[in-house]
Ligand binder design. Structure first.
Ligand code: ADP
Ligand code: MG
Length: 238
């Protein structure tokens, strides 16, 4: 399990163009296994695009992405999907749960897609829901839950496959601040416990403070990186 966790996630020279817009204008980043990384920056600065390129949802226009020794960006679409499914977990702003299915089935789906039998997948789903404080909510549908509960279901779903990396794009953006903090604390604490790398896009400085490292994106580039303290502020000086 967690076979990719020795592996660092690395982006090299990442450029992503949408027509004439360079959403990413050359990003180099190393994310060591197990690190919790917060990505901040103004709206439209390229945060989601970076997350999508690192996670193989988007192919970069140029540049490469590696997980451990594997060059994800060089894989075929089908193989990249397999990496996404088996080794990455995703939490988006609005959860993106399947509204028709009970919480436990939502959590079980990625496991079943990875080949786990239905009964066992549902057992694992129940365990994760219990760990996230939703032990008695497994039969409810997302629409019957509060936003915070639904987001915890999304976190359970992301964690159930024991991913090497969890990608979260403004996971608390649709929640009130107190609920958002509760959800984020659960996410960071749980990722630490399982040893998963966490890459989280957030507008909330408190959320960033719970992470090990903060990278700030501006105009498709890394503007500041707390891992390279000497470079913070160097952008202004130049
Ligand atoms: P952020 O997540 O920081 O708000 P994004 O990564 O979503 O920023 O977007 C960065 C830039 O790329 C923006 O100018 C946005 O309009 C553009 N962009 C993002 N996705 C697309 C797309 N699918 N098609 C065209 N332009 C896009
Ligand atoms: Mg975004």
């Amino acid at each position: 399990m967690n076979s990719g966790t020795e592996g660092m996630l690395a982006g090299r020279g990442l450029v992503k163009k949408f027509g004439s817009v360079a959403a990413l204008a050359g990003v180099d980043i190393d994310i060591p296994a197990g690190q919790a990384l917060a990505i901040m920056g103004p709206s439209g600065s390229g945060k989601s695009t970076l997350l999508h390129c690192l996670s193989g949802i988007l192919a970069p226009t140029s540049g490469t992405v590696a997980l451990g020794h594997r060059w994800i960006s060089e894989l075929s679409d089908a193989k990249r999907s397999q990496v996404r499914l088996h080794e990455f977990g995703f939490v988006f702003q609005d959860g993106q749960l399947i509204p028709e299915l009970p919480a436990r089935e939502n959590v079980a789906i990625p496991l079943m897609l990875c080949g786990t039998g239905r009964r066992q997948a549902l057992e694992v789903a129940d365990q994760w829901l219990a760990r996230l404080g939703l032990g008695s909510e497994g039969q409810r549908r997302p629409g019957e839950m509060s936003g915070g509960q639904a987001q915890r279901v999304a976190i359970a779903r992301a964690l159930a496959v024991d991913p090497a990396v969890i990608f979260a794009d403004e996971p608390t953006g649709a929640l009130d601040q107190a609920t958002g903090h509760e959800v984020m604390q659960l996410l960071t604490v749980t990722a630490r416990r399982t040893g998963s790398t966490l890459v989280v896009v957030t507008h909330d400085p408190q959320v960033a403070a719970w992470c090990d490292r903060l990278v700030e994106i501006r105009d498709g580039r890394i503007h500041a990186d707390s891992a390279e303290v000497s470079s913070v502020g160097a952008g202004e000086a130049r």
